[in-house]
Ligand binder design. Structure first.
Ligand code: MG
Length: 249
């Protein structure tokens, strides 16, 4: 069932989403070569708590971090670790959510640490633009497939591949709600977008091939080919006047 939010509910959800966006700004300020992913996670958790919010991901399905931090060929769900040191030239995706007054925000950004290679730079630019192409397609009256096709078409036109086993989702009182928002699909198909729907649009894009594998830790998802992967995400409300990005400051 797809939950439609009232204007009052959307305003409350916007607060949770704004905090989530601030957490990513904080990540961008502090991320640096030499830092462990655990150190970064701790800084982000403390920021969330200082806002009077709770980290949406901490304890979710037993997850041991406040943020998923995934480096280079890791696609998503990297577990913060004292042993994992961020290095110059890495691309680091941070996926994080804040739960505040009954609602979740969910967003992700992939950071360039220092100078990154040409392919990494292109992958990040294409994945971020794919997110905005998806958001632009999130018009009331359109369908989920319009978002999916916009993301997939843009990514594949640049020779990269969307991940298929993991998808975007509805978000609100629960971190993961209906509907699923795949990064591949056909325009004109899927559930219709209605005002009051709130969805996380989140392209996960591999430089080579859509294949992935899950590590024995049960969480970390890597590309099958060993190629780089990027992830960008916003929580978006469908409104009568078009898509509204909630995860912004
Ligand atoms: Mg998400």
């Amino acid at each position: 069932m797809i939950a439609l939010k009232t204007k009052t509910e959307l305003a409350r959800m916007a607060d949770a989403c704004r905090i989530s966006a601030e957490v990513l700004l904080r990540a961008g300020e502090v991320i640096a070569a030499g830092m462990t992913t655990k150190e970064l996670d701790t800084i982000l958790r403390e920021y969330i708590l200082s806002c009077g919010a709770k980290p949406s991901f901490l304890g979710y399905g037993g997850f041991k971090g406040s943020a998923c931090i995934s480096i280079n060929d890791e696609v998503i769900h990297g577990i913060p670790s004292k042993k994992r040191v961020i290095a110059e030239g890495d691309i680091v995706s941070v996926d994080v959510g804040a739960y505040y007054r009954g609602y979740h925000g969910d967003n992700a950004y992939t950071y360039r640490v220092g100078e990154v290679g040409k392919e990494a730079d292109a992958l990040l630019s294409v994945t971020e633009e794919a997110l905005y192409r998806g958001i632009a397609a999130a018009q009331p009256g359109n369908r989920i497939g319009d978002i999916s096709a916009a993301v997939q078409g843009y990514v594949e036109s640049h020779g990269f591949a969307v991940v298929r086993q993991y998808v975007g989702h509805g978000v609100g009182q629960e971190l993961h709600e209906d509907p699923e928002v795949p990064n591949f699909g056909k325009a004109g198909h899927g559930p219709r977008l209605l005002p009051g729907m709130t969805i996380a649009i989140e392209p996960m894009v591999n430089a080579k091939g859509s294949g992935i594998r899950v590590l024995p830790d049960g969480w970390t998802v890597k590309t099958e080919s060993g190629s780089l992967s990027a992830h960008f995400e916003h929580t978006v409300a469908i409104t009568t006047s078009g898509p509204q990005i909630l995860t912004k400051v």
